[in-house]
Design a protein around this ligand. Sequence first.
Ligand code: AMP
Length: 548
Amino acid sequence: MTTEFQAFDLHPALMQAVDELGYESPTPIQERAIPALMSGRDVLGQAQTGTGKTAAFALPMLHGLQTDEARGRVQGLVVAPTRELAIQVAKAVYEYGQHRGVRVLAVYGGQSYSHQISRLQRGVDIVIGTPGRMLDLIRKDVLDLSAVRYLVLDEADEMLSMGFIEDIEAILSETPSTRQTALFSATLPEPIRRLADRYMSTPEAITINPKRLTVAETEQRYYVVNEEDKLAALTRLFETEDMTSALIFTRTKVRASELSDALLARGFPAEALHGDLSQPAREAVMNRFRRGQVTMLVATDVAARGLDIEDVSHVVNYDMPFDPEIYVHRIGRTGRAGRKGVALMLATPRERRRLQEIEAFTMQPIARAKLPTPAEILARRDAQFLLKMGGHLENISANEHALVAQMVAAGYTMEDVAAAAIRQARAQEQQRPIEEIREVPARPQQHRAKFEERTECAPKRAPRRKGEREPGMVRLWLNVGAAHGIRPRDIVGAIAGETGIPGRAIGAIEIQPQQTFVDVAERHAGQVLHKMKHWKVRGRVVVLKASE
Ligand code: AMP
């Protein structure tokens, strides 16, 4: 199979992995960063989660892996702000490198040292971790960075706002100056630029500036859901939308096939369209779609290119597009020729920032909407059923009347017969259970913005009134304070490092001389209390309790 990835001339084992993952074409950041990194240049990339940045730095890193005497020493290092991201990146690097037999290890706080140490002693090629734990392992003389040839700082601005810059500098100083460095960050504030100036050699700066395009008059809505709830969310939406035909976009062909299978299993007439289909197979799918036998077409952007479809009632961004320009192309498939179109998008909590990017690009707001509740779906099913019944009541045949008479003669009441007939008529609804969806709190992003302001300009902050707390947050109390040398970044670093919760889930921090109050998102509070039982600050055991 040919893919646009072939132009990069990646190691065949990596091409195999890319192919198996179902990637059809590189994302904009990959298109620019991969050749630059493969040519040995440093890269300063402005990209956030969801743009494909992990493959952008991991594929060149894996391509350049030495298989000779350097094997078994750490050659690649990725520094990430949180445990969650470190694990996610490690998983991706492992997947991309699996056919090269690469040994990947994630190191982060909260996991016992012994496992990480024994893995390091047995030999690891690539280490991905949070700054605190990496430094600990360096100080314990088990993490040797003297053979590092390729270093990545991922989500550098997050690390800055969590107070990790000094730690990063300490890690950088342990690596050879001949190493290649890539830095990825959603924003490039001054301290990040300074870091790049000091530790990178004439990096290629990569920002993606999509071409501006106009958007038709289409109703645009988005829903924030966790990745694992996307299918349940989509099924709920299909129950309540007045949908005659839909084009659903996924980021890979594997996901397109899986989604269409899952929809079919739930009784929705869906088919996948992806780049691997032969021309006749593609034509056959398109014909079924045009005739209305299939009303949901699940496609990748590549497969949808040049698709000859007049108009669809709905475009669904099941996976967010990699750049705003693609969003505009996608939604241009609905609302054509003056018809009313609807564009829906499922965004994961981490993708909210990219949503703002799309809004800024199209200069149109996308409204956040709430998913229909199970009660709303049941009510809608009832209403639709009654509507259909209305039609049937006009057209009852003599045979059907005879069957009813037969059952009444057998001793059943009319009501029972009707109720049993309803159950039978609605049997296929059982195929579509209404699945649980975990609630995503409204706009945690705002908390994060406040938090950044706080850590960076802490002395200027006006004292908060006692007892005042951010919405959705609970306050925790610690038995250490300024007198024990505690600083906001110690708290954020320890909590985020040990528990892996995102920095934005940590709110206001109020350090008093002998005690400290810290706000933590309600849904993470239990985890923080549980995981931080044995936390020590400068040799002193910290007691952490729910406040008030
Ligand atoms: P990232 O921004 O690295 O977190 O990637 C976001 C998602 O996009 C991940 O699920 C990747 O597996 C996926 N992805 C990365 N590159 C591509 C590509 N070229 N085509 C399709 N999916 C991709």
